[in-house]
Write a new protein. Structure first.
Length: 415
């Protein structure tokens, strides 16, 4: 279910205390002094309605699609179910490596030795994905990163784990510490490559959170995920991400018999980025088809709309004893929502103020708020401030205004 992005809401308590009026009285004041204002600023716009249950369906047993900028869930299916990560665990391995690079505990040109454990358990003889690292050879951290991302080398993860932490077991502790730091609440890691272990598990929600962390925290490293191939020791291997070239720019595939075929991916189009995680599919073809469908759903079926711009002028309030009769109102902040494309509902916006406001008025002075509503339900409130200063009028002009107002009142009373 899509949620409306939260924004700070300005409460009218301070204004109510200052004027001694309730909100109902303030609304009445608005209607009394600006009879056309509410009508002018009531319009049909966008509210996030609940998505129909059949809006999107997938054959993937687990799936999660999230908008990157708002962190809004666009689609989910069993997103909190524990699953075997397969090679998707390598994303956490990369998070630990990238963090070590950032902290300076390791350099890109540092070289680690390929142990017999790495060679036997992750090399060509293992039958799994491999970087084909020669036994007892030395390999740079930079090459290991590409070997993990592009070639999905199990041997590369073991070499990195041993080089950084001394052992696979110690590195797994680092992985779990990093998972806790990032906020992965339903994941546990026992090795850096993701090969089956009953005590190793993740969820689609945690995988998306991990991908989000990698994209946000390591913008210099993230482009490596989009590299199409990598050649090491004379062996060229293609990137295994099936969505590269059709919109996605990262992250990682995974597959074991127990986990099925999975993918964590991200794509950006027209300034909007989505992140998805899917797992448990029966074939590479199904994985490519379903992940592409979900990616397109997130990018094509949703749009960002701006209900009000920061600083946008939305009306004016009467001024008492000022050198101007009114003061323009402007919004304190922008209000932006992510909504299903073509799935619009009526939203009204109403300006509530404390007019007439006594001069002097300073620019930026809080004068009210604008309320976005659906029926009787308040969706959002954005504070409004004076867009311009208003000075206090002279004593003689105030007397003249008082006399004019009195004469106007008397003439209205006379038959």
């Amino acid at each position: 279910m899509i949620e409306v992005a939260e924004r700070p809401v300005s409460k009218p308590s301070a204004l109510a205390i200052a004027t001694g009026r309730t909100r109902s009285e303030q609304i009445a004041s608005c209607a009394r002094f600006l009879p056309t204002l509410v009508a002018l600023f009531t319009f049909a716009f966008v509210l996030v309605p609940p998505l129909p249950a059949s809006a999107f369906e997938t054959t993937a047993p687990t799936a999660l699609l999230v908008d990157f900028s708002t962190d809004r869930v666009l689609y989910e299916k069993n997103a909190d179910e524990k699953i075997a990560p397969a090679s998707l665990a390598k994303l956490m391995t990369l998070a630990v490596i990238f963090d070590a690079l950032r902290e300076g505990t390791v350099q890109r040109d540092d070289r680690f030795t390929v142990s017999e454990k790495a060679w036997r358990e992750g090399g060509a003889e293992s039958g799994g994905s491999t970087m084909f690292l020669p036994l007892n050879s030395e390999v740079s951290v930079d090459d290991l990163i590409r070997g993990i991302i592009i070639q999905s080398g199990n041997d590369a993860t073991i070499v990195a784990a041993e080089g950084l932490a001394g052992s696979v077991a110690a590195f797994a502790e680092w992985m779990n510490a990093k998972a806790k730091e990032i906020g992965l609440t339903n994941s546990h890691f026992t090795n850096p490559h993701g090969l089956p272990d009953p005590e190793q598990y993740v969820t689609a929600r945690d995988l998306v959170r991990l991908a989000d962390y990698l994209i946000r925290e390591f913008p210099d490293e993230y482009p490596i995920f989009a590299e199409e191939s990598f050649t090491f020791n004379g062996i060229k291997q293609q990137n295994r991400n099936p969505l590269l070239g059709v919109g996605a720019d990262g992250l990682k595939t995974g597959h074991t018999t127990a986990a099925g075929f999975g993918l964590v991916a991200s794509a950006e189009r027209d300034g909007r980025r989505v992140v998805l995680a899917m797992s448990g599919m029966q074939s590479a073809d199904e994985r490519a088809r379903e992940t592409r469908r979900l990616m397109e759903y997130g990018l094509q079926d949703f749009e960002e709309v701006v209900l009000i711009e920061a600083g946008e002028r939305v009306g004016e309030v009467p001024v008492r004893d000022g050198d101007a009769d009114t003061v323009p109102l402007a919004a304190d902040s922008e209000l932006r929502l992510l909504v299903p494309r073509g799935s619009l509902a009526d939203v009204t916006r109403t300006i509530l103020d404390n007019g007439p406001v006594a001069a002097p008025i300073t620019k930026g002075q809080r004068l009210g708020w604008i309320r976005f509503s659906r029926g009787d339900e308040t969706v959002h409130e954005v504070p409004l401030h004076a867009a311009e200063p208003v000075g206090r009028t002279s004593f003689l002009r105030r007397i003249g205004q008082t006399i004019a107002n009195h004469l106007t009142w008397r003439s209205a009373k006379e038959p």
